[in-house]
Structures are given as C-alpha cells and as structure tokens.
Write a protein that binds this ligand. Structure first.
Ligand code: PEP
Length: 261
C-alpha cells in the first residue's frame, strides 16, 4: 500500500512571523502522526526558521526549487547541498509556475531531478496540462512527454525517492476549477502506465499526488480514488486549520484502505 503524502507549497507567501506561526501550528496539529507523510515547503528565506519550528513533529521540510549544481558561480541560486544543510528532505521540481513563468524546459527539469536525487533529496516532479491542451485532447501526450523527458536516464533504483504531482494548470489557484475525482484518477492512471513502461513493476510503488484547488471539502472524494495517493496543496496550505483538516482526511482514507485490504 502506498503511503498517503500531503505536502504544502507556500509559494512566495508569508513573512517570517507568519511562516513561523504557520509551521508551529502545523507541527502541533500533526504531532508525531506517521500514518501519512506530511511536508511543508516554505520560501527559501524561511527554511531555517520553519525547520526549527517543526522540530519534535513528524512534519518534514521541503523546498520549492533548486539549481542543478552543488556549488559555484550561480548568483541567486540555491544548491541541493544547501537544502540538505537546512534540513530539507523534499524538493518540488517542475512546478507549472516555473515552467510557464520562468521558462523551465523538460530538459532543465531533468537535470534538476538527477542532481537532487544524487544529493539525497526526495523529489516531487510536477506535471500537468494547460486548459488549451486539455481542450485540444492533448492531455495524455503532454503528461507522457513531461514524464519521459523529466525522468530521462533515471534508474528504477531512484523510484522510492520520487513522487509525481499531477497538477492540471487550469485547476491551480483561484481559477474556480478543480479536476473531478474521476478526471484526476484517469490522468493518474495515464501517469502510472507511462511509469510502468519506463521502469516496470517498481512503478506501482510511486506515489502520485493530485494538486489543484484541493480543499478540506473536496479532499475526501479525491483521496478515495485508488491512484490518488496524496495532495500537493497551495492556497489551503497557508491556513493551518485547512491544511490539518486535509491531513485528517488522508488519515481517515488510510484507515479505510487498511480495512479494505
Ligand atoms: C500548487 O501550488 O501547486 C497548487 C496546487 O495550488 P492550489 O492548491 O492553490 O491550487
């Protein structure tokens, strides 16, 4: 059984005071709960502060990006070694905002995936289609390309430290849309099939999260789908009570899954 994985992406939100308080509230709410994996990804400047406020809880620290070099003359960039130094366990790569607003290509994202995994980080690779691509029936092709190119030359040995976040771009943020549980399940199956073609049986163990306007109200329906193994949460991860409510939904779903086994 794949462990449910709930991760908060705080994007470029919070100040030091808010980040510290949010981390503390999430740490207290999650405590030492370990039936689901929970992580938060604050902005770079608050990683150390958040790390110290998460101490004693089972909430893991993640980063929203990295530069694919260990060190060097890369002004303004952050290396995987620095992230590990600050206590990060996870890194989000290929988020659609970086693909679209910062022009990140599948090739560049692939470099980051390799460097992050080689350094010892766990990677969450984001994939997803635009509304135009969905309407042009290109969703499968887009997702497959992002998976094939983003994970090029990866060995199956790395899969235990990889998860995929399916994030339809049209459903992220305040667009008023989110994928139905059935739509999410369908695309997660596309992703899993592609992973199986690339890596064989170990693909069955890869966690595939859904991201795009996940809220306490829709989390149960999404997380009850057989191939929706967690959620990557933006907006709702900035409110401790909402984020914690989604964590509770994931715990409940885990209990249901265990009973059904
Ligand atoms: C995201 O940041 O990737 C995201 C899914 O945001 P939201 O939950 O706000 O749609």
């Amino acid at each position: 059984m794949r462990q449910k994985f709930i991760i908060g992406n705080w994007k470029m939100h919070t100040n030091a005071d808010e980040a510290g308080r949010l981390a503390k509230a999430i740490a207290v709410g999650v405590g030492t709960e370990d039936r689901v994996c929970v992580a938060v990804c604050p902005p770079f400047p608050y990683l150390a502060l958040v790390a110290s406020n998460l101490k004693g809880s089972s909430v893991a620290l993640g980063a929203q990006n990295l530069y694919p070099e260990k060190e060097g003359a890369f002004t303004g960039e952050v290396s995987p070694t620095m992230l590990l130094d600050l206590g990060c366990k996870f890194v989000i790569l290929g988020h659609s905002e970086r693909r679209q607003k910062l022009g990140e290509s599948n090739g560049f994202i692939n470099q980051k995936v390799h460097v992050a995994l080689d350094a010892g980080l766990n990677v969450i690779l984001c994939v997803g289609e635009t509304l135009e691509q969905r309407e042009a029936n290109q969703t499968t092709e887009v997702l497959e390309q992002q998976i094939i190119l983003g994970l090029a030359a990866l060995s199956a040995d790395s899969l235990p430290r990889l998860s995929i976040a399916y994030e339809p771009i049209w459903a992220i943020g305040n667009t008023g849309h989110h994928a139905t549980p059935e739509q999410a399940e369908m695309e997660h199956i596309v992703i899993r099939k592609r992973l199986a073609q690339m890596f064989g049986k170990p693909a069955q163990s890869v966690v595939i999260q859904y991201g795009g306007s996940v809220k306490p109200e829709n989390a149960a329906a999404l997380l009850s789908q057989p191939n929706v193994d967690g959620a990557l949460i933006g907006g709702a991860s900035l409110k401790a009570e909402q984020f914690l409510a989604i964590v509770q939904v994931a715990i409940k779903q885990t209990q249901t899954d265990v009973k059904a086994k």
